[in-house]
Each structure stands twice: as structure tokens, then as C-alpha cells.
Design a protein around this ligand. Structure first.
Ligand SMILES: Cc1cc2nc3c(=O)[nH]c(=O)nc-3n(C[C@H](O)[C@H](O)[C@H](O)COP(=O)(O)OP(=O)(O)OC[C@H]3O[C@@H](n4cnc5c(N)ncnc54)[C@H](O)[C@@H]3O)c2cc1C
Length: 248
């Protein structure tokens, strides 16, 4: 359906590949139409949700500050489980651990990023239920929490990596778990599809088979999460359906 005109279009095909979240798709179609085995496999929990900051910095070369064709992971804790629990379970970002990535240094492709600018992203975990409850009960508190996490991250960045980072930051946008859900239609704001627990990873892991005729799943939760595994999941399904051997 076109979301602006509300006009609907019907597409038909001999084979249908569903690349949105399988659990969400099954709910939309009607879970009762799927076999008992597939329904059991669809009963997965989602992986942790996230908090993102996309920034543009101007008149500064991040290579002079140790950034380049790689990602940097900063932790304020020696124990990563503790770091995760403090942010994800206690919603406390006073000592944030986060990843820093510099896309304009990772590739030659600059898109429409001006010559004197570079893009930098900060990424960490954040609890979906906590943000959802804030979003629904107190928008001001929701915005303050988002801003508070940003300030906490930028304080660390200025202390350890780029003094005066804020002075060079000409644009920034933050995203919470509920942003991920609203903008990307990502259930519970998950980062990596289903959670990679022993239960979800064992023999009961979902795959492309849906139990519906000519209808296949192709998603992190029915294959494997991450960019490379996403290509792999798609290529493997293509190979299975076409018989065209493309994977060595
Ligand atoms: C912040 C963040 C950073 C990440 N960084 C990395 C990284 O550096 N390296 C890495 O390897 N992986 C990374 N990942 C993981 C990677 O992005 C995912 O594993 C991958 O995108 C999963 O691909 P997918 O096709 O299964 O699902 P998605 O990319 O989520 O695609 C599903 C699509 O379905 C659409 N959709 C949902 N509902 C509907 C509907 N009802 N109708 C129509 N369309 C719908 C969604 O809008 C979406 O476009 C990151 C994830 C996050 C959230």
C-alpha cells in the first residue's frame, strides 16, 4: 500500500520471498496457517535493541585522531557483562561503552557528503521496553534520556579521542530502540533479528521453510544476522530455489 495515497497494488508471483521479520510476517498472515513445527520455531525472542548517533563533523580530519578504515570500541568497564548490564538493564549510561565508526573513511564513496565534512556514528545497546514506556508516558523524559546518552558519549569522545568534538559537529541525529521500530519497522527495535541464544540457535532454529507452498523466509532470523550473513542467507535461498550453484 502506498502510505501517502492509500492506493493499493497487488503483486503476484509463482514464488514469494518474505524478507521482513518472520514472526511479524506470520502474525500479519495468520499464525494458525503455519505448521506446528514452524510456529514453534517462530517463537523466538529478539536480540538487544540499540541507541545510535549519526554525526557530521566539519573542518577536521578524524584520521589525525586515530580513526580510519576500522571501527573503534570504547568501554568504560573491564567487564563487558557489567558494561552491558549497566546500560541495558539499569538504563544507566553514565559510563557508556560504545562503538565508533567512520563511514567516510571506510570507503571511497562519499555520497553527497561535502569535501570538508566526515561522517561518524556512535552505537550502543539500549533497552526497548524502557524507551517504549518513556515514549508512551512522558515525551519530555524520552527526549531528555536520548539527549543524556548523547552528552555522556560526547563527554567520553572529547576526553579520550577528539577534544572540541562538539565544536566540529555540524549535524547530528539520535535514534532510540523505538526510533528503530518506527522508522525501520524493526520489531522491538532489535539489532540482530532473533537473539542468538542456545534455544534459538539449536535444531529449532528457523530457516527458509515456512510450511506454506511457494513462500519462503529470507531474513536474519531465518538465516544469520550481520551484513555478510544477510548476503549469504539470500544467496543460499537463490541457490536452493534456482538450482544455480553460486556458492562454493
Ligand atoms: C544500528 C545497527 C548497526 C549494525 N551494524 C552492523 C555492522 O556494522 N555490521 C554487520 O554485519 N551488521 C550490522 N548490523 C546488523 C545488520 O544490519 C542486520 O543483521 C541486517 O540488516 C539484517 O538484514 P535483514 O534483511 O534480515 O533485515 P532488515 O535489514 O531489518 O530488513 C527488513 C526490511 O523489512 C522491512 N519491513 C518490515 N516490516 C515490513 C512490512 N510490514 N512491510 C514491508 N516491509 C517491511 C523493514 O523496513 C526492512 O527494510 C547492525 C544493525 C543495527 C540495528
Amino acid at each position: 500500500m502506498d502510505l501517502t495515497t492509500h492506493q493499493t497494488h497487488e503483486f503476484t508471483g509463482d514464488t514469494v520471498i518474505c524478507n521482513l521479520d518472520p514472526k511479524r510476517a506470520a502474525k500479519m498472515i495468520g499464525e494458525e496457517l503455519f505448521s506446528k513445527t514452524v510456529r514453534r520455531k517462530l517463537n523466538y525472542e529478539y536480540s538487544a535493541s540499540n541507541y545510535m548517533v549519526y554525526c557530521v563533523v566539519k573542518d577536521i580530519d578524524l584520521r589525525d585522531y586515530g580513526f580510519g578504515k576500522w571501527n573503534t570500541f570504547h568501554s568504560e568497564h573491564l567487564d563487558l557483562n557489567e558494561a552491558f548490564a549497566q546500560m541495558y538493564e539499569q538504563n544507566d549510561f553514565s559510563r557508556p561503552s560504545f562503538a565508533i565508526t567512520t563511514p567516510t573513511l571506510l570507503t571511497e564513496a562519499r555520497g553527497d557528503c561535502p569535501e570538508d565534512c566526515q561522517i561518524v556514528e556512535f552505537l550502543t545497546v539500549a533497552n526497548y521496553s524502557y524507551f517504549k514506556q518513556l515514549w508512551e508516558s512522558d515525551r519530555k523524559a524520552y527526549r531528555q534520556k536520548k539527549q543524556g546518552i548523547l552528552d555522556s558519549i560526547l563527554d567520553v569522545v572529547e576526553k579520550h579521542y577528539v577534544p572540541n568534538f562538539r565544536k566540529h559537529m555540524v549535524f547530528h541525529v539520535t535514534g532510540s530502540p523505538t526510533t528503530n521500530e518506527r522508522f525501520c519497522w524493526c520489531p522491538n527495535g532489535n539489532s540482530y533479528g532473533s537473539s542468538l541464544t542456545p534455544r534459538n540457535m539449536g535444531v529449532d532454529r528457523l530457516n527458509h521453510e515456512t510450511s506454506l507452498n511457494n513462500f519462503y523466509f529470507c531474513n536474519a532470523s531465518s538465516g544469520y544476522p550481520g551484513f555478510a550473513p544477510t548476503f549469504w542467507t539470500g544467496a543460499l535461498l537463490y541457490q536452493r530455489l534456482s538450482g544455480d550453484a553460486i556458492l562454493g
